[in-house]
Every structure is written in C-alpha cells, then in structure tokens.
Design a protein around this ligand. Structure first.
Ligand code: FAD
Length: 566
C-alpha cells in the first residue's frame, strides 16, 4: 500500500478540524487534512443561528462568563464538566474577535458593535450571527485562512476508513481516494478526529447526508471509548415535511410556537422561558401536543413569525423564510411555518479531556461534534456548538503541538494491519448476493427514530437494540450493485452504514443502561433525574459484539445541581 508521512493527520475539514489544523501547521508541523467532501461543504456550513459569546463591553451589563457557564451547565442538566464549560465561556469573546479579524463579517448594531440575539436557555442574549448563515461565513473565512498556510495538504473527497495503532499508540490512518478507491496509509504521530455528527442514524434529522458518525465508529474499532453516547439532541423546529432546520434564531427573534387551537402552548411546559426553553424540553412539548391531538394533520405545530413583520423576517431570518417557501410552500410573513422535532446534534462523542486528548490511545485527539469534552452534558444549548468547534479546535490543536514536541512516536509500519482494513471492505463490491445495504439503512433509521428517540422506555429500547444487532450481523453479507472503482458512491454509503450500525449498538445499549431522565435522554419509565445514582458520565467501549460500560465522575467546580426549571 502507498504510504505518506505527516506530523499530524486531521480527519475532517469542518470548523473543528480546520481550527486544529491551523494551530498545528502554524507551529511549523506538516499536516494532512482528510475530508470526504470539499471542506467548505462540511456540515458546519449549514449552521444558521449563530455562535454564543460573552464580549466585555458588548454584552448585557449584568452578564459575565460565570453566567454563561451556569446557563451551559444547567442547560446540560448538570452532566457538563464545569471546568470545560468555564473555559468555553472565558474564551468565547476572544474567538469571535479572531474570526472577525480573519474576515467573518458579523451583523452589527447601529453603534457599530457586533449584534446579538437571544437563544434558548440563555439568561442574557449572547448569540452573534451573520444573518442566518453564520456557519457558512465562519467556515469560508477559516478555510481561506488555513489555505494560506504552507504546510497543510488537503485530501478532499478522501474517505477515512480506520485508525492504525500499535500497542495503543497511533501509527496513522488508512484512507481511500473516493474517485479511484485507491487506499493510502497516512502515517503520523498524532491524529485529530474532527468528523462531525451522526444525524443519518435517524429517519428525521436536520443533518447533512454526510453526517454518518464515521469518526465515532473508527474510534470504537480502534479501542477508544465514547463518552455519554446515549445523549442525542432533537431540535424542536425542523420544517415539515422535509426536516430542513428552521433555526432557533426564529424563536430568538420573537417567533412563537402555536398548536391547532392557535394557543401558545409552551406556557404549559416552560412558564418563564416559554418558546425559548432548551431544545429537549421544547421537543418533548411539541410531541406531547401532537400526541394529545393538538397538532395539525400530518403531525406538526406552527411556528408563527407574522408579528415580526415582512422586512424584519426577510432580513434577519432570510433562510427560514426561503426554506419555508421553497420546501413547504408557506409564506412565513402570512402563515405559521409547519414544524416538528428532528434529530439535530450528538452530545456524546469520542472521550477526550479538556485538552482534546483521548485517554485510551496515545496520539489520538478529537474535537468538535465528534468529541465529548464534555461541555454540553445531557443537552446542548443552541449556538454553543459553533463556539465549541472553534475554542476546542484551537485547544486541541495546541495540545497536539505540545504532544509532537515532546514525543517521538512509533516507527512501526503496521502494514499488515493497514492491508487488512482494506481487504475486509472490498468484499462489498465483490459479492453479488446477500443483503443490499439500502434495505438495512432504512430499517436502522426507522428503529432509531421510533425506539431510541425523543421518548424512551425499557421495552421499546430492548426491542430496538435486538433489531439493530440483527442488522449489524448482516454486514458481512452486505453488497452493493455498483462494482466499478470510479466514484463508487454506493460503496462508500455501505461503509458509512457499517459505521452507523457500530454506533447504533452503543447508543442503544447505553440508553437502555441509564435508568433515569436527564436532558435529552427522557425515559417514560424513569421520568425523574436521579443524581444519587446517575450523576456520572457513561464511558463505553466496543468489545466484540458487546458494549462494555464504565463510568467517570462529572467535574464540578462552582455549581451544585438544582432542579432544572425554565
Ligand atoms: C442545520 C444545522 C444548523 C446548525 N446551526 C447551528 C448554529 O446556529 N449554532 C451552533 O452553535 N451550532 C449549530 N449547529 C451545529 C454545528 O453546526 C455543528 O455541530 C458543527 O458545525 C460541527 O462541526 P465539526 O467541525 O465538528 O464537524 P463538521 O462541520 O460536520 O465536519 C465534519 C468533517 O468530517 C469529515 N468526515 C466525516 N467522516 C469522514 C470520513 N470517514 N473520512 C473523511 N472525512 C470525514 C467531513 O468531510 C467534514 O469535513 C447546526 C447544525 C445543523 C445540522
């Protein structure tokens, strides 16, 4: 197999990966960024509403980083590592300023300061934005910046298959050029997984089709652990029926949720915060309204923006307006937008500490949605993810630099291991019979939505898990119809499905294991939060066909768990 050598490999060209690559390359190390799409097409580009930041002199006079940390911790139902949330808040203003100096043109207030809007779960408004295309603006500015550094090589439309390790030490990554199916062993002392989320595991998701959780599965197969994998976020307002996200900015700017009686139903579920309650609460409230007969036919509620006025909607919520018009035929200036919840974000991720380092494999780092630091705990607050990708992308990049300076790394080739990775997957294109991957994919997505979704219980999850395990057993007999080696997208879809199945087993097992309700993990059979037994992180390993679960304490600094009322 062809081999290439770098100091560090970053898998993922979204905000987290590019920020990490920026730091590593700026310190003089050679970096390869491997991405299955052109970097600016990463899901970060779809982020709409904004990035949270406390900016001294440009925030509410009563606000401070401690308030921001408190909101994040309470929003995450106290499963947040408090030192991680504090670092996030403290570095938030600085990162926005850096991105601004690199060319992100944030919306302004009339006095010239960076504009700000409310997002769910915030005591004071902190979300900074570029209309409702914030992620696009950030990603383009960052990509341009990183492209200007000499020692970064981009491998675009390259699919990362597996990590290669020697005695729990990173040797490199096996990746395949998608155009030719040509595999290459990228050798490096450090690897940063910045592979983003996994929305495609669910039949309803706001995520891009590329969000198939590859990084989580790659880490699991290499023997690394996932932290809090049972926590999946559902966003309350996905457009009906296409599931395109209608940003929380719509409610941040004053939009309200109404049922089929025209009633502002959030007053029943979150009397103070109302429509700006955190996402887990708002999603469950919408499903409850629909289940109790107060939804609209087809199963949705209305997001009413009409009172904001046509000019305001078209300026501040342009994307929401256009999406509703194009994909649902609804003019948001005249009618409420039809919305329902859909999978949106993954709080769980590759276990890393506050420096982005994984404790299981030397040289393995992770950042962004692929990682669990944990700043979001059991439920992420809106606009904290873009912030996390940049703040922790930077921290992780810096700690890779220290690691590379201190550590000479493995010299072994592990060529046989690399060959094995590829042999195993070629059989998808070789066999003519068995199960077509498409059948398995649709079943998996329906099971996850129905049995490991917004409302969970023992009976459904056990059934779901058994079905998922059966689907995973089909992987060896899976085949694709396209046998060519030129842009064989079907082949890569099958590889993604294999990753999704590995992850689904871990999510199902850990969700069944956590016998309480916390944040986005809501169990109808255990509806209360149970701090006595469950105020701890789940740590999960893949062991053959089973999942091994251990625990880690939650880091507490200043804030004691309280009832989570909004
Ligand atoms: C519609 C939508 C709107 C959102 N709006 C907001 C918002 O307003 N504010 C906010 O804070 N958050 C928002 N989020 C969440 C936030 O955008 C994401 O969590 C964040 O951008 C993830 O960034 P990332 O760098 O971790 O991953 P991504 O941007 O998803 O990038 C992942 C990268 O990994 C690569 N990759 C994955 N697998 C492989 C593989 N096997 N081989 C090679 N490369 C691979 C991909 O090519 C891609 O480059 C939104 C999310 C969605 C879906």
């Amino acid at each position: 197999m062809e081999k290439l050598s770098y100091d560090a490999i970053v898998v993922g060209g979204g905000l987290a990966g590019l920020m990490a690559a920026h730091q590593i390359a700026s310190a003089g190390f050679k970096v390869a960024v491997i991405s299955k799409v052109f970097p600016t097409r990463s899901h970060s580009s779809s982020a709409e509403g904004g990035i949270a930041a406390y900016m001294p002199g440009n925030s509410d006079p009563n606000d401070d980083p401690d308030f921001m940390s408190y909101d994040t911790i309470k929003g995450g139902d106290y499963l947040v590592d408090q030192d991680a949330a504090q670092l996030l808040s403290e570095k938030s203003g600085e990162i926005v300023k850096i991105m601004e100096s690199w060319g992100t043109l944030f919306n302004r207030q009339p006095d010239g300061r960076v504009a700000v809007r409310y997002f769910g779960g915030q005591t004071y408004p902190r979300t900074r934005f570029v209309g409702d295309k914030t992620g696009m603006a950030l990603l383009h500015a960052l990509f341009q910046r990183v492209s200007g550094i000499g020692n970064v090589d981009f491998y675009n439309e390259w699919f990362s298959l597996d990590l290669v390790t020697d005695n729990k030490r990173v040797v490199g990554v096996v990746a395949m050029e998608m155009k030719s199916l040509n595999p290459v062993l990228f050798k490096a002392r450090a690897v940063v997984m910045a592979t983003g989320g996994m929305g495609m595991l669910y039949s309803h998701s706001t995520n891009a089709y590329i969000n198939t959780g590859d990084g989580y599965a790659i880490a699991l197969r290499a023997g690394a652990s996932l932290k809090d994998p049972e926590f999946v976020q559902f966003h309350p307002t996905a457009l009906y029926p296409s599931d395109i996200l209608i940003s929380e900015a719509a409610r941040g700017e004053g939009g309200i949720l109404i049922n089929n009686k025209g009633e502002r139903f959030m007053k029943r579920y979150a009397p103070k915060k109302m429509d700006l309650a955190p996402r887990d609460i708002a999603s469950r409230s919408i499903i409850t309204e629909i289940r109790e007969g107060r939804g609209f036919p087809g199963g949705y509620v209305g997001l009413d923006l009409r009172h904001l006025g046509e000019e305001y909607i078209k300026e501040r919520l342009a994307l929401a307006y256009e999406a509703a018009k194009t994909f649902s035929g609804v003019d948001a200036t005249k009618e409420p937008i039809p919305v329902r919840p859909a999978q949106h974000y993954y709080m769980g991720g590759i276990d890393v500490d506050i420096t982005g380092k994984n404790p299981d494999i030397i040289g393995l780092f992770a950042a962004g949605e692929a990682a669990c630091v944990s700043v979001h705990g059991a439920n992420r607050l809106g606009s904290n993810s873009l912030l996390e990708t940049l703040v922790y992308g930077r921290e992780t990049g810096n700690s890779v630099v220290s690691f590379l300076r201190d550590y000479s790394g493995s010299t072994s080739d592990m060529e046989k291991e690399a060959e094995k990775v590829v042999e195993e997957i070629y059989r998808f294109t070789k066999s003519e019979t068995g199960v077509h991957y498409g059948e398995v994919l649709n079943k998996l997505r329906d099971i996850m939505w129905e049995k490991v979704g917004i409302f969970r219980d023992e009976k459904n999850m056990s059934e779901g898990l058994t079905e998922i395990m059966k689907l995973r057993d089909m992987v060896p007999s899976m085949y694709v119809t396209d046998k060519s080696s030129v842009y064989n997208t079907e082949f890569f879809n099958a590889l993604e499905l294999r990753n999704m199945l590995d992850l689904a087993v871990v999510i199902g097992t850990t969700a069944l294991n956590r016998k309480e309700s916390r944040g986005a993990h809501f169990r109808t059979d255990y509806p209360e939060r149970d701090d006595q037994n469950w105020l701890k992180h789940t740590i999960a390993y893949s062991k053959g066909k089973t999942v091994e679960i251990t625990y880690k304490p939650v880091k507490m600094t200043k804030w004691k768990p309280e009832a989570r009322v909004y």
